[in-house]
Design a protein around this ligand. Structure first.
Ligand code: NDP
Length: 391
């Protein structure tokens, strides 16, 4: 019986994972830990249905509600960031890392120490601390499998191939809800407009990151960290249908593309049953019905996040952690209507400059403390930059 845990179980990726676990044959999986944030009713419901050993909310203030909801069920309740890491410390074969944001970093590291498989949806971990995460996996004989649809697609296209023979990796971007909007309209966009992704059903934060292409920016860095290719080998193409997830080009000119319906259960299921494939209830593609697929180059003026990602990769060191921290802070400011949509990229750029002066972005990441320090400094710098933008 495979022991599994789901971190971020109540979110979009978490729910898709729970859906697949719920469809499995009885006795195939033993659920060790499920974690969530504020959606206590749903967390308790999942934990009871899947008979988890422990359910953890990230927030101390939610503990009493969780404890009450689980009373008499045999499922243990716990709360707080330390409890998240303790849950990840429990022996487990497969852990889904689907907490949103840098908050997923520490539980992911703790899970790797179990030596099992970390199914990584939390791309922020790789962006903030890629070399540390990979080293932790190696030191513990653990494996990281990508869950982001593009990275799962690349991973699948590379089966049986040599990474040295890869010429380029092309990740696709839907272009989000503002793909065809002009600059003035994008500048005036509201959170409700930004969250309305045309193809994927995702959590609020990644949906808005998709609209700004910060999500794609994170994914370029994730590609570099995960597959170890040179940044110049990574390309982005806008593909509004979101059916081709990524393409890998080889030195002989061959290109392997991965296609599938925009349903995260494919990539999650692949990571769950790897190295085998199982039936997954995702829609099958009818290419004749689809008729045509479209591709276009991303616009660097309306979507400056991609340029910032390239600068971050060039600098290396702590730049990824600062980039992500500033991006998360800028997103919060946009959600609070304190800054406009396009200000997010300006705030991140200013924060990178400020942290470079104060900290030195190129300094190597020595340990997780460095990541936390860079993250906190980035959030402060983003707030300061936003005040300047507003002034
Ligand atoms: P959601 O916002 O839907 O879910 C986030 C999960 O994290 C929820 O369980 C939430 O709990 C929990 N959470 C929120 N804040 C904290 C915190 N401070 N500490 C611990 N847990 C917290 O996000 P998604 O599922 O969309 O995304 C999750 C991750 O997967 C992100 O890193 C994202 O980039 C990545 N990803 C997502 C894809 C998607 O299709 N959604 C595709 C590829 C990658 P609660 O809701 O109970 O408050």
């Amino acid at each position: 019986m495979k022991r599994v845990s789901v971190f971020g179980a109540t979110g979009s990726i978490g729910e898709s994972t729970i859906d697949l676990l719920g469809r499995a044959a009885p006795g195939e999986y033993k659920v060790v830990a499920l974690t969530g944030g504020r959606n206590i009713a749903r967390l308790a419901e999942q934990a009871i249905v899947l008979d988890a050993d422990v359910a953890v909310t990230a927030f101390d203030a939610c503990y009493e509600d969780l404890k009450t909801a689980l009373e008499g069920t045999g499922v243990q309740a716990a709360a707080g960031t330390a409890a998240l890491c303790e849950a990840a410390d429990r022996p487990c074969d497969w852990t889904m890392s689907a907490i949103v944001g840098a908050a997923g970093l520490y539980p992911g590291f703790a899970a790797l120490r179990q030596g099992g498989t970390l199914a990584l949806a939390n791309k922020e971990s790789l962006v903030c601390a890629g070399p540390l995460l990979l080293a932790e996996a190696e030191a513990n004989g653990a494996r990281i499998l990508p869950v982001d649809s593009e990275h799962s697609a690349i991973f699948q296209a590379l089966v049986g191939e040599k990474i040295e023979e890869v010429e380029r990796i092309v990740i696709t971007a839907s272009g989000g809800p503002f793909r065809t909007w002009d600059l003035d309209a994008i500048a005036a966009a509201t959170p409700a407009q930004a969250v309305a992704h045309p193809n994927w059903s995702m959590g609020q934060r990644i949906s808005i990151d998709s609209a700004s292409m910060f999500n794609k920016a994170l994914e370029i860095i994730e590609t570099r960290e995960f597959f170890g290719v040179d940044p110049a080998q990574i390309e982005v193409v806008v593909h509004p249908e979101s059916l081709v997830h990524a393409l890998v080009g080889f030195r002989d000119g061959a290109v392997m593309a991965h296609l599938g319906a925009p349903d995260m259960r494919h990539a999650i299921g692949y990571a769950l049953t790897w190295p085998n494939r199982r039936d997954i209830p995702v829609a099958r593609l009818d290419l004749a019905k689809i008729g045509q697929l479209n591709f276009e180059a991303p616009d660097p003026v309306r979507f400056p996040a991609l340029r910032l990602a390239r600068e971050v990769m060039e600098i290396g060191g702590r730049a990824g952690a600062v980039f992500n921290g500033a991006k998360e802070a800028a997103l919060d400011l946009f959600l609070d209507r304190k800054i406009g949509f396009l200000d997010m990229a300006r705030v991140v750029e200013h924060a990178l400059e400020a942290c470079d002066k104060e900290l030195g972005l190129a300094k190597p990441l020595i340990g997780l403390d460095c990541v936390t320090q860079a993250d906190q400094m980035a959030r402060k710098a983003a707030l300061a930059a936003a005040r300047q933008t507003a002034a």
